[in-house]
Design a protein around this ligand. Structure first.
Ligand code: HEM
Ligand SMILES: [Ca+2]
Ligand SMILES: [Ca+2]
Length: 304
């Protein structure tokens, strides 16, 4: 029921209004790109793409964003949506017409393009949800230690197949990770191998240097060491060299069932982009709310 010109009558300029805000944020900080992209993913996997992740906790409700798996969501993602919402609502005809969920979907499309990725027509028409509970997040987001079966099972539960999962994982071509998310791979992987044997030796040494034992937990490093600010298929070329940061990244190459796709997209960026756009469009349809199951929030961080 989503469509690409949902606001044609109610707020025809919504995409350019959001785009201006995203451009401004992007000029202030590159973090806008990975922050918005990850926010969209974490939103869609919990309660569907309904902006539930943006709700702030209140004394009576511990919201999704305060679950441990969401605490590392960068503030610039939330800030982008809130600023874009304000810009949309500043236009009289658009006021209270555009959902926070759709604003996040538009901003996500924009940051992908701004960092060199493909531009695509974004489907719109989602409503904002009525529920945001930290307890609902448990078990809904993938862990960096997941193997292929675990990744496939979790994505399949949202109608996303293995190819979609691999394409979406390439979001790790931009952005940062805190050291604790992968320290098991470089210090205490197994009794026999303290360092994960699927990890490139030189890269492992580099990671140990950037993330020494007992490092400040606020330290974050680039997930794509080659082109951290470009949305490209270097992610897959890194996997071919044993330079995937998480087990969940590297397994896409070490498991024979997904290796062929990694090899294809490492060598063919057009094929990757087509698959990525397709997978993002499918991700954007997950658990979408319409009718009485949702509304348009006045403040993206609070229920009306
Ligand atoms: C496939 C399973 C996935 C796992 C296990 C996973 C896990 C993680 C982890 C552990 C981080 C580091 C967070 C931190 O320490 O700050 C991260 C970052 C990130 N993830 Fe994923 N992720 C997955 C899929 C995705 C998908 C599907 C997307 C988007 C389509 C995505 C987008 C991002 C982005 C953009 C960042 C960087 C965030 C930033 O720099 O602020 N991830 N992911
Ligand atoms: Ca949600
Ligand atoms: Ca990159």
């Amino acid at each position: 029921q989503l469509n690409t010109n949902f606001y044609a009558q109610t707020c025809p300029n919504v995409e350019s209004i959001v785009r201006n805000v995203v451009n401004q944020k992007f000029q202030q900080t590159f973090v806008t790109v990975p922050a918005v992209l990850r926010l969209f993913f974490h939103d869609c996997f919990v309660e569907g793409c309904d902006a539930s992740v943006i709700i702030a906790s209140t004394p009576g409700n511990k919201a999704e964003k305060d679950h441990p798996d969401n605490l590392s969501l960068a503030g610039d993602g939330f800030d982008t949506v809130i600023k874009a919402k304000a810009a949309v609502d500043a236009i009289a005809s658009c006021k209270n017409k555009v959902s926070c969920a759709d604003i996040l979907a538009i901003a996500t499309r924009d940051v992908i393009q701004l960092s060199g990725g493909p531009r695509y027509a974004v489907e719109l028409g989602r409503l904002d949800g009525f529920t945001s509970k930290a307890s609902n997040v448990e078990g809904k987001l993938p862990k960096p230690t997941f193997n292929l079966d675990q990744l496939n099972a979790m994505f399949a539960s949202h109608g996303l197949n293995q190819a979609d999962m691999i394409a979406l994982s390439a979001a790790h071509t931009v952005g940062f990770s805190h050291c604790n998310k992968f320290s098991n791979r470089i210090y205490n992987f197994s009794p026999k191998n303290p360092v994960d044997p699927t990890l490139n030796k030189a890269y492992a040494a580099q990671l140990q240097q950037m993330c020494p034992k007992g490092v400040d937990p606020r330290i974050a490093i680039n997930m794509d060491p080659i082109t951290p600010r470009v949305f490209d298929n270097i992610y897959f070329q890194n996997l071919q060299k044993g330079m995937g940061l998480f087990t969940s990244d590297q397994v896409l190459f070490t498991d024979q069932r997904s290796k062929g796709t990694v090899n294809l997209w490492a060598s063919n960026s057009k094929a990757f982009e087509t698959a990525f756009v397709n997978a993002m469009t499918k991700l954007g349809r997950v658990g979408v709310k319409t009718g009485k199951n949702g509304n348009i929030r006045r403040d993206c961080g609070a229920f009306n």
